[in-house]
Design a protein around this ligand. Structure first.
Ligand code: ATP
Ligand code: MG
Length: 481
């Protein structure tokens, strides 16, 4: 039972409820018995003072009876002696009354148990006060019990005496005893109700966790559609939301991987089919003229180079993914890097009839970066700009704008541009806007995804803006310090 979350919740409810009930019952019974004892003490004190006054009156009337003519009231009092008065009150009040002398000797007593006539009670001196009633509780060795007892001074048969009212403490406590049954019954009902609630709440708590576990197992078994319903906004809802988010990522990663494998096979199949076709033709002697043979060999060579390039790019991407590529950060002057690229691309600009403008920062700008990687990124961007802009005979611009703590290096062209709806996919692996056009340029759609990964390893960002028919600008931002 304690192995499951539900079992543990129920067990903890059970323990908490039992402890609370026990504590509540104990406090309730304790305070109730204290209250009853205080109430009984006050009552006993009141009784003892009233009866002491009655005894005084009785003594006074007996005295006046001998001196004055008999009145109607004194006649009545005369008939009531001290003992009958004590007995009558003892019966009504359920208390034992005693009249004791100053030394604690019992002079007379009500006839109810225990019988103490003639005995000397060991009473504390402060209890026998001349001035008024007193109350205390003590153990009477003589009676073998704890007694609550009240005293009040009185006068009987012309002597100063004390009226003593005693009541066993057990009798006070016994008022609480019948309540124990009721308290236990209420506790039992509370326990059953709280157990039912515990069953309900533990079910409500464990259900979403159970759903997440089931969905996680399905996901592990390859069911990528596994999802968990999100209810409410508590922690379990958060868990369900996080699980769904994770499942979504796993799904996306799985789909990317599947598409990637498809793209790779497709990318390799085209040149391999071409190589296979031309080599077969050469072997079969279909291409007989030396010119045709040369042309076939050129295509085979081109396709092989394409294959090598794709494989090299894929290897680089997989190394970046595996975190095996670490930038070789060192001091590099951006102006030098840009001038070097200018000299490399000048020939290409001339060849293709495309304009090239390089606008480096006015002063030397030292970057702490990996210059080889930076060159690789800019080469990819310049290659694209030349490849796609040369079609319109435009101009390629490589520029740098220095900001407070970063530099923005841009590669712009006024080529055909990229449609806005495909811009978000431009950095995806194997993504090409027009496959036929890109393939004509020998592009496999890996260049920009490599750029993005490399810029990221340099601590920078890359973005693109483009207007169809007007041109494209790729800008990468690198930190200066
Ligand atoms: N300057 C540009 N002008 C217009 N389209 C561009 C430009 N740069 C990139 N593109 C589009 O973005 C696509 C992706 O570019 P990317 O550099 O990733 O691949 P690629 O150039 O086709 O192939 P690779 O760079 O792997 O040889 C290109 O196919 C092209 O359609
Ligand atoms: Mg490219």
């Amino acid at each position: 039972m304690f192995k499951t979350l539900r079992g543990r919740v129920i067990a903890s409810y059970f323990i908490v409820v039992i402890i609370s009930l026990l504590l509540a019952s104990l406090f309730f019974l304790f305070f109730l018995s204290r209250y009853i004892r205080q109430r009984d003490s006050a009552e006993l004190l009141r009784q003892v003072s009233v009866i002491a006054q009655d005894i005084d009156k009785l003594a006074a009337s007996q005295l006046s009876q001998t001196q004055q003519p008999t009145t109607a009231q004194s006649q009545a009092t005369k008939r009531v002696g001290l003992l009958p008065l004590l007995n009558a009150e003892a019966q009504v009040q359920q208390v034992k009354f005693l009249v004791v002398g100053p030394a604690g000797r019992v002079i007379t007593e009500s006839s109810n148990a225990p019988t103490l006539a003639g005995r000397t009670l060991d009473l504390p001196a402060r209890i026998l006060s001349e001035t008024g009633p007193r109350i205390s509780q003590r153990y009477f060795k003589l009676l073998g019990k704890d007694y609550l007892f009240a005293t009040a001074p009185a006068t009987a048969q012309g002597r100063s005496v004390y009226l003593l009212a005693i009541k066993p403490v057990a009798q006070v406590g016994s008022a609480v005893a019948p309540l124990i049954g009721y308290v236990s019954l209420a506790g039992g009902i509370a326990l059953v109700l709280s157990m039912l609630l515990a069953l309900y709440f533990s079910g409500a708590l464990s259900k979403p966790i159970h759903e997440v576990t089931t969905a996680a197992r399905r996901l592990a078994d390859g069911d990528y559609s596994a999802e968990v319903p999100v209810r409410g906004s508590d922690e379990t809802a958060e868990l369900a939301r996080d699980f769904n988010w994770m499942a979504e990522r796993v799904r996306t990663a799985y789909e990317l991987q599947r598409n990637f494998v498809g793209d790779v096979s497709h990318e390799l199949r085209t040149p391999l089919t071409s190589i296979e076709g031309f080599t077969q033709a050469l072997l079969d002697g279909v291409t007989s003229s030396p010119e045709e043979q040369r042309r076939s060999l050129e295509i085979i060579n081109q396709e092989s180079k394409r294959l090598v390039r794709v494989l090299r790019d894929l290897l680089l991407l997989s190394q970046i993914d595996a975190g095996e590529i670490h930038p070789d950060i060192r001091q590099a002057d951006l102006v030098d890097v840009m001038r070097k690229l200018e000299s490399i691309y000048a020939a290409r600009a001339e060849e293709t009839g495309t304009g090239l403008r390089v606008e480096p920062p006015r002063r030397a700008l030292t970057l702490f970066t990996d210059p080889d990687r930076l060159e690789r990124v800019l080469t990819n961007l310049l290659d694209n700009a030349f490849k796609y802009a040369a079609t319109t005979g435009g101009t390629v611009v490589l520029s740098a704008a220095v900001q407070a703590d970063s530099v923005e290096i841009s590669v712009s062209d006024n080529g055909p541009g990229i449609p806005p709806e495909v811009l978000p996919h431009i950095f995806d692996r194997f993504y090409r806007v027009e496959k036929s056009r890109a393939q004509k340029h020998g592009g496999s759609g890996l260049g920009l995804s490599i750029c993005k990964e490399l810029v990221w390893t340099l601590g920078g960002t890359i973005k693109v803006s483009s207007q169809p028919g007007r041109g494209t600008t790729f800008s990468l931002t690198l930190p200066i310090t």
